[in-house]
Write a protein that binds this ligand. Structure first.
Ligand code: ACO
Length: 330
């Protein structure tokens, strides 16, 4: 009888640009204060990529680290999936640029766009392909250069975002490494216009007018997005725990998307998990969209004192609105 495969995460890696932009730095750019940003969001600083450092560069560095931690050669990768809302170009895919940079010459490549939930969507796809037996080694990368679509004159948004990348290697081999037990993804697109970048697509192709009207920057109705974030992230956690009969006491680490510490606190309260089990990196990196939970998972794997059988609940929400969750067993 054929043995059932459960996808494992056999390696993780992340990369953060070295340039740090602090709340104090922002005080000289827009009418804001460290006190406002800290109390409203929990963010103290974020990383910003250089002008000539692209999403594919950040992603390639995270990918190389993930492959090294998995003990795999780039040539063993048979698929690269990149989750991003800030691709190097509309096409070709950022996954193709990364393939060339890391020398993964045997891989197929594509990008997905599910905004901040992108990493969870990508892990779900990778899990299914590995478990179906069609692929052996999949590199999932979430990489964002949000600084390139941030309006640095808009205090409502420019204080929130940062750049970075995280990656993992997903394999069907029975390695004793953390297993992706369950996944859940969903979307509610009834209020998609609350969070978007309108310019550059087929509705508003690039023109002098789109540039003058600042349509190539991220636009967000903060208060409404906040409410939806809490509801969607709560739903994503509840759905996966109910469907797979997991109680909150079984969760040793809750890794939520890091947009705002107040959103995280509200979701943690609603699902009933203790504060010390909640992973936080928003204070040092801000919101890195899809890269947020990817970087978080790398940090949790390396820094948390997890024991065999411990469960990690990953939960994200993003533009669309998209949402999703993962249960990973250490
Ligand atoms: N510094 C100082 N004052 C500010 C700043 C700032 N940086 N930004 C806004 N304000 C002002 C506003 O102008 C407003 O002033 P007013 O009352 O005179 O009009 C006041 O502060 C309060 O603004 P609110 O919007 O009510 O502030 P709120 O408490 O809602 O916090 C925030 C704003 C931080 C944006 C919050 O709403 C939030 O975090 N929203 C969700 C963000 C999020 O989850 N985004 C996900 C994006 S993910 C993706 O897919 C890319």
């Amino acid at each position: 009888m054929e043995k059932k495969i459960t996808a494992s995460i056999i390696g993780t890696g992340s990369y953060l640009p070295s340039k740090v932009l602090t709340n104090k730095d922002l005080e000289s750019m827009v009418d804001t204060s460290d006190e406002w940003i800290t109390t409203r969001t929990g963010i103290k600083e974020r990383r910003i990529a250089e002008d000539d450092e692209y999403t594919s560069d950040l992603g390639a560095k995270a990918a190389v680290r993930a492959l090294s931690s998995a003990g795999k050669k780039p040539s063993s990768v048979d698929l690269i999936i990149v989750a991003t809302i800030t691709p190097d170009m509309l096409f070709p895919s950022t996954a193709c640029f990364i393939q060339d940079k890391i020398g993964a010459k045997n891989a197929a490549c594509f990008d997905i766009n599910a905004a901040c939930s992108g990493y969870i969507y990508a892990v779900e796809i990778a899990k299914r392909l590995v478990e179906a037996g069609s692929h052996d080694t999949i590199l999932v990368i979430a990489s964002e250069k949000l600084s390139s679509i941030t309006d640095w004159t808009d205090r409502n948004t420019c204080v929130l975002f940062g750049d970075g990348a995280g990656a993992c290697v997903i394999s069907g081999e029975n390695s004793g490494k953390p297993r992706v037990l369950y996944t859940y993804t969903g979307a509610d697109s009834s209020a998609a216009e609350l969070l978007m970048m309108p310019g550059g697509g087929t509705r508003f192709p690039a023109s002098i007018q789109t540039v003058e009207n600042k349509l190539h920057f991220l636009k967000m109705a903060g208060k409404e997005v906040f409410k939806n974030a809490v509801l969607c992230m709560y739903k994503a956690s509840e759905k996966i725990m109910k469907k797979y009969n997991i109680s909150i006491d079984e969760i040793k680490c809750f890794l939520p998307h890091q947009a705002n510490v107040r959103i995280i606190d509200a979701v943690a309260r609603k699902i009933g998990i203790e504060r010390e089990k909640v992973y936080l990196n928003v204070q040092k990196f801000g919101n890195m969209s899809a890269a947020t939970v990817a970087v978080g998972l790398d940090e949790v794997f390396k820094e948390w004192d997890l024991k065999s059988g411990d469960k990690i609940l990953v939960d994200a929400f993003g533009a669309g609105f998209t949402f999703g969750s993962l249960v990973i067993e250490w």
